[in-house]
Write a protein that binds this ligand. Structure first.
Ligand code: UT7
Length: 335
């Protein structure tokens, strides 16, 4: 039986570290508030004028993933790029990675599922690999949030949470007994689309309209989050969708060796850990260093978990995400 394996993982984050104390100078916030509510101590924000845009960061993460997989760029036969912060409104950044890596004219797909983008992309890649369509898929999650945040007290409920960075994996077929992606599960609930969203500029809020109105109270071009509402849905959906993956494969919570949840909030991860009865070292978190990097958070965390020796051959790995849309998803992978 052909399954999909993660053959190589990589990540890249901008050099510029922004601590909670740095944010205290920009807005009415405190290190204590941010740490207590989110667990975040610092995040990376690309310096204005640097070349750390989503496609370039994605390309750098991909180079590390390909090196770890032991393959060259010209062996990649499909690209999937998940982001909510593309370089341009169009085209999507997948084609830019194709160009930056100098790969022949392979397909490049852009995924728009925010925090769940990596799981959605993995699920799509899994179908292509299991049907034998592609042999080396590059799956990237990359985000540049810092340029578009409201860094005043008005925007503090959102801006202290989000960070920049990229993660990437190389996906390949495997016939090794029991190994690889065992199951994937995807969901959405569009009635909550506006609870965590950036509504403009878009076809609903055209740029000429925004310029014409010149309304300082028009916040449509900043991300909006109904934090409490999102939090409550997140803890429920994470639990549900992990349960769904366990049920589909016949495993129990206790069989999971490592859970890497999307890094939305350390409190969400800790709640999940307690509810599922997992030990602290069975759940990997690095939100403390990077904040919430949306589609990039799972591959960055996976890359660091591997570097720290947290994932061994034969381990059962669970990835799960929840975010804007709402969208959520999970996967179980035998490493
Ligand atoms: O990745 C996608 C999924 N995202 C999530 O899952 C995020 C889910 N939500 C959350 O993580 C939390 O709701 C937040 C961390 C965003 C907010 O925490 P909260 O405990 O829900 O705080 P809150 O929004 O209820 O605000 C509590 C108070 C408010 O003041 P008042 O009205 O009680 O006087 C806020 O104005 O904290 C205030 N506040 C802040 N104070 C200092 C909000 N942001 C800040 C801040 N610094 N940065």
């Amino acid at each position: 039986m052909i399954r999909t394996k993660i053959a190589g993982v990589g990540h890249y984050v901008p050099e510029n570290v922004v601590t909670n104390h740095d944010l205290e100078k920009l807005m009415d916030t405190s290190d204590a508030w941010i740490q207590e509510r989110t667990g975040i101590k610092e995040r990376r924000w690309a310096l204005p004028g640097s070349d750390d845009n989503p496609s370039v960061m994605g390309t750098r993460a991909s180079q590390m993933a390909m090196k770890n997989a032991g393959i060259e760029a010209d062996e990649i036969d499909f690209i999937i790029f998940a982001t909510l912060s593309p370089d341009y409104y169009f085209p999507g950044p997948g084609v830019m990675v194709q160009d930056q890596l100098g790969i022949k004219e392979i397909g490049a797909l852009d995924v728009r599922n925010q925090c769940s983008g990596f799981i959605y992309g993995l699920s799509v890649a899994d179908q292509f690999i299991r049907t034998g369509t592609y042999k080396n898929i590059l799956l990237i999650g990359s985000e540049l949030h810092s340029g578009g945040l409201d860094k005043t007290t008005r925007g503090r409920g959102v801006s202290v949470i989000f960070g920049d960075g990229a993660g990437a994996v190389v996906l390949q077929p495997t016939q090794e007994e029991g190994k690889g992606v065992l199951t994937t599960h995807l969901h959405s609930e569009g009635k909550h689309a506006k609870e965590l969203a950036l509504l403009g500029p878009s076809t609903s809020h055209w740029v000429p309209e925004i310029i014409e109105k010149n309304d300082p109270d028009d916040l449509s071009y900043y991300p909006y989050m109904n934090g409490n509402f999102v939090f409550k849905h997140a803890v429920t959906r994470f639990g549900e969708v992990i349960g769904e993956a366990l049920q589909a494969t016949g495993y129990q919570t206790s069989d999971i060796d490592l859970l890497i949840p999307h890094q939305a909030n350390l409190r969400i991860s800790q709640y999940l850990q307690q509810k599922m009865g997992l030990k602290e070292d069975q759940v990997f978190n690095n939100i403390q260093k990077y904040g919430n990097t949306t589609a990039a958070s799972i591959p960055i965390a996976l890359s660091e978990a591997l570097q720290e020796g947290k994932l061994k051959n034969g381990d059962l790995l669970c990835l799960a995400a929840f975010g804007s849309g709402f969208t959520w998803g999970s996967t179980l992978i035998r490493w």
